[in-house]
Design a protein around this ligand. Structure first.
Ligand code: TGC
Ligand code: FAD
Length: 388
């Protein structure tokens, strides 16, 4: 059993169902027992702990909020709590689950043909197969509508040409969900590893998300059978709908990273002595801890209501933008305060804060940068698009 009991200043526990608590506690125990003991060595080496993939499948967290096809079918609050706990371990673990579940599996579940769903979803849910999601390109990140990857129909195949960059799980994926221009619209394709013309190359030198696999994937006259196109995905709205699911999980995940930093800072402040006193006795240190606790509590409440709206089928994607934007920004602020409280110890990986701080820089950029979410919300409240 985990010794970590969570941060719950507002009695949010009482607002959770027994099933939601059970999911959270199960994932929390997994993180304590199997992620925290090994994450630093993977972070140092820049490797993903692939042995955990089937364990994530056994836990049922891969595509956990999807129904059928071997998916756990839990509600969105329970799913969010699972993402929160995974990210308390490390963003790379939550990111793996986000790409596999809300991006790739959601795309299959929502836009796939029955045969595609039957073939891939049970394998992906069990962690026997790995998926990635290719939307971003070298010259088109915030503006995926400018993508240059093309799919041209030739007989019973589509021929794909183009490059996708910054693709999580890219080189370890058995199947890539790839978005491409098809004539004057956009379509989604399932591209299997090993198919001629498909290559993956890892990006090295990352100082953030070091324990995650991030790749470039390329398509050179890559022939994909026509039956591997996602029949229900027409236009940019399809991939944007997938992003919405992943952004929802990131809003919760950021709370997990922030909680890890706050917990470490509180314990450190109580233990560390300067000027003959515990540093926790200094007003300025207490102010930092109070700021951290306040922002965690606000972010938890945002997530819970977001999840209740999603479970009720009332969620608007702009509400997800608000939570992703706020929670990642505040988690970064909390991580910086935690690093500060740790003094010099804050920069070594004996403590988790610098790892989380570095990871959170990625969260601020991927799945829509902080400023893109500002513009999404600005457009929603004014009715005026300020993207260009
Ligand atoms: P826009 O006019 O805004 O929208 C076109 C249609 O799509 C609908 N829509 C959405 N639906 C569901 N969820 C969303 N989030 C949606 N956003 C838009 C929209 O209602 C509209 O529908 P309709 O019926 O009116 O046609 O399209 P736009 O081309 O102007 O897009 C603007 C913008 C900037 C908001 C969009 O391009 C954007 O979100 N850019 C950010 C790109 C991004 O987030 N990329 C992420 C790549 S994947 C990744 O980073 C994985 S990280 C790994 C991990 O998750 O851990
Ligand atoms: P750009 O779009 O070039 O933005 C650069 C800066 O310009 C930002 O500050 C941005 O806010 C600003 N900017 C851009 N447009 C505007 C505007 N209109 N107004 C004001 N400011 C603007 N993508 C995938 O498809 N699949 C993945 O699995 C995936 N995994 C990732 C994993 C990691 C570790 C990272 C770092 C990225 C990943 N991404 C993935 C890519 C990610 O989604 C993009 O990095 C992100 O969308 C931003 O695109 P960009 O990096 O090209 O930045």
């Amino acid at each position: 059993m985990s010794t970590f009991t969570g941060v719950d200043y507002y009695g949010i526990e009482e607002l959770l169902s027994p099933e939601e608590r059970l999911v959270r506690d199960t994932v929390r125990d997994f993180v304590e027992a199997e992620v925290l003991p090994i994450i630093d060595q993977h972070n140092r080496a820049g490797t993903f702990p692939v042995h955990l993939i089937p364990r994530l499948g056994e836990l049922g967290v891969l595509g956990a909020n999807l129904q059928g096809y071997g998916c756990a079918g839990i509600n969105n609050v329970a799913y969010g709590l699972a993402m929160q706990e995974l990210e308390r371990g490390d963003s790379a673990i939550r990111s793996f689950a986000s790409v596999q579940g809300p991006l790739a599996m959601y795309a299959l579940h929502t836009f796939g043909a029955e045969a595609q769903k039957r073939r891939w979803l049970p394998e992906l849910a069990a962690g026997r197969k790995v998926a990635c999601f290719g939307l971003t390109e070298p010259d088109h990140g915030s503006d995926p509508g400018g993508m240059e990857t093309k799919a041209v129909r030739v007989g019973e195949s589509y021929v794909l040409n183009g490059t996708k960059l910054w693709i999580t799980n890219g080189s370890i994926a058995d199947v890539a969900v790839v978005w491409a221009r098809v004539g004057d619209t956009f379509g989604g394709f399932l591209v299997e590893r090993g198919i001629p013309g498909f290559a993956a190359r890892d990006i090295h030198g990352k100082l953030s998300m070091r324990a995650s696999v991030t790749s470039e994937i390329t398509f050179q006259d890559c022939r994909v059978p026509a039956e591997d196109r996602l029949p229900g995905a027409e236009g940019l709205k399809a991939p944007l709908g997938c992003l919405n699911q992943a952004r929802y999980g990131i809003a919760w995940g950021a709370v997990g990273a922030a909680t890890a930093c706050y917990d470490a800072a509180l314990r450190y402040a109580k233990a560390r002595r300067q000027f003959g006193k515990s540093i926790a006795s200094f007003q300025l240190v207490q102010q930092k801890l109070v700021t951290m606790l306040t922002e965690i509590t606000k972010a938890q409440l945002l997530c819970l209501q977001l999840g209740r709206l999603k479970d009720a089928g009332k969620l608007r994607h702009t509400q997800v933008s608000l939570a992703k934007r706020n929670n990642v920004e505040q988690a970064l602020r909390i991580a910086r305060l935690a690093r500060d409280i740790h003094g010099a110890n804050g920069i070594v990986d004996e403590y988790p804060v610098m790892r989380h701080l570095c990871n959170l820089e990625t969260l601020s950029t991927y799945e829509g940068t902080h400023d893109i979410h500002t513009l999404i919300l600005g457009r929603d409240i004014t009715g005026i698009a300020a993207f260009a």
